[in-house]
Design a protein. Sequence first.
Lengths: 266, 359
Amino acid sequence: MLLNLNRLGWWKLVLFGITVLTTAFLLLPILFIAALSFGSSQWLIFPPPSWTLRWYQELFADPRWLASAWTSFQIAIIVTVLSVLLGLATSFGLTRGRFAFREGLKALFLTPMILPVVVLAVALYAFFLKIGLNGTLTGFVISHLVLALPFSILSIGNALEGFDKSIEDAAVLCGASPLEAKVRVTLPAISHGIFSAAIFSFLTSWDEVVVAIFMSSPTLQTLPVKVWATLRQDLTPVVAAASTLLILLTVLLMVLVAVVRKGLKS
Amino acid sequence: MSKPFLQIRGIRKEYGPVTAVQDVNLDVAQGEFLTFLGPSGSGKSTTLYILAGFEDPTGGDILLNGESLLSTPSHKRNIGMVFQRYTLFPHLSVGENIAFPLKVRRLPKAEIDAKVRQMLKLVRLEGFEDRKPAQMSGGQQQRVALARALAYDPPVLLMDEPLSALDKKLREEIQHEIRRIHQQTEVTILYVTHDQEEALRLSDRIAVFSKGVIDQIGTGPELYANPATRFVAEFIGDSDFLPCNVVSAGNGRAEIAICETMTVADIPLHGTASSGSKAALMLRPERLLLSKRQSESGLPVTVSDITFLGNNVHVATKTSKGNNLSVRLPFGHEAISGLNRGDAVWLKFDAESAHVFGQ
Ligand SMILES: Nc1ncnc2c1ncn2[C@@H]1O[C@H](COP(=O)(O)OP(=O)(O)OP(=O)(O)O)[C@@H](O)[C@H]1O
Ligand SMILES: [Mg+2]
């Protein structure tokens, strides 16, 4: 090994310190929010004078919070399904196809990842204004799909690159039609890529706030938009409770990814 | 003679400006083990892929039992194939891999189970059915691949350098297995390799590929004793070539002069040559006789190196014109005792063991 921990001496302590500080820097805001969501202070005083579940009760009692959570969930699920399906089709085309500009096309599909989200949001907003999709579920789905698809293409594409086409050919010679061979052999073999694509697509939509602000209407908003809007009106610990739940779901999904990936690899 | 089982008729394949296969013609008998032998890029794999239906030929036809295969898609050709790379389905166990072609054919479960057991026995991997491919060695994986390809009793089995990823010892072991399985199942096998030893060990007949055409088809001994082209002579067995002048030619025989000092008559001639033209004389190291005594009928050469190779001794020599000729003699041969580098010796050969290749 290039870096032998046992021979570092007191540098080991320095490294340890840096690690602790970095972790704290990354985690403290999240822990702070979580602590506030259980705090009794109406004004988000820290440290909280005492602990309560009141804000969670208020959150679950308010139909507007539930409605926005449901909207977010619906959109994220539809985006996930479409993103995986389109990602599969695109990846097959990009890795198996033989045509000019293939590399160029590959790069083009990934541009939403590097384009500033605001630019995308404004463009989508202007376009949807023309065709009347702003404030609709369809509008949300399409715009989040634009953001999610690159992740899907990237992870499915990578899995497919690493999959030897001869294995699919072998299935075809065994008597499986080209489609059957893909469904019964290729898809299971690249399932880790498909799974990552699904999780990242879901999280992309679930967490997204910039595009969603442009797309939302008073009657249709996602959870992050609701958090943002509520914050602007009044500072209530219910927002902290909602944020904590948002983070919790994200963390759970990431853990799921780690566990399933380990299972799929072995 | 009955109609040939598998006929390859004038197959061509071009990739843009590249001609991968120029004009391949071949008749294969039922139950035959035929090997495509040739250097890298000579079109062996392409021919096999056309048979499998993964590539469409730009010309020609393939007939199985007298019927064209070309309009049948790959998955309906019922052909078996073992690939160069490991192609077991990674998420399925060994047993499920072998069962795959049978499940696709919707056979009843009892029949599938029986066949899987029979196939595992054939490749001597009983007890491995629950393993995943990743838990098997390369040689074992190729044996499972063989079992999977034979499970549906294909009329033809294609094998594209299935052993090239294995080390020498394992390769020889599996070559024996393949031979035994061929004899046991009587399946027709088309086998690709660029290893002449493997080709000679396995095949009934060998088709030597060169630049997209078959130079010659024949049994190993036929190719060795009677190479049709200089390329085949170089590829099967060891050989050295000497430039020579043709004195006279006719009836597939030639009289030639080498190094201006020696003429030999009645050597088998391949290609065209006429009196006065230049040609190449092929000599095999193990067919040359070496003598320390000067003789009129011998070719004078100088010993440039002597190498001990176990049961053989390899003597490298040079002619007066600077051409290299190797001689292989059994260890302990009296001609070698006391032989030193730089010694002058005389080489003789039988006209029947030599070949002249004209232009
Ligand atoms: N898809 C392709 N596109 C362009 N050229 C190709 C393609 N496939 C094969 N070729 C060319 O066709 C020729 C024959 O290739 P082929 O794979 O049949 O050779 P081979 O005899 O199997 O060689 P090897 O021993 O290296 O496997 C080669 O020159 C190769 O570069
Ligand atoms: Mg090849």
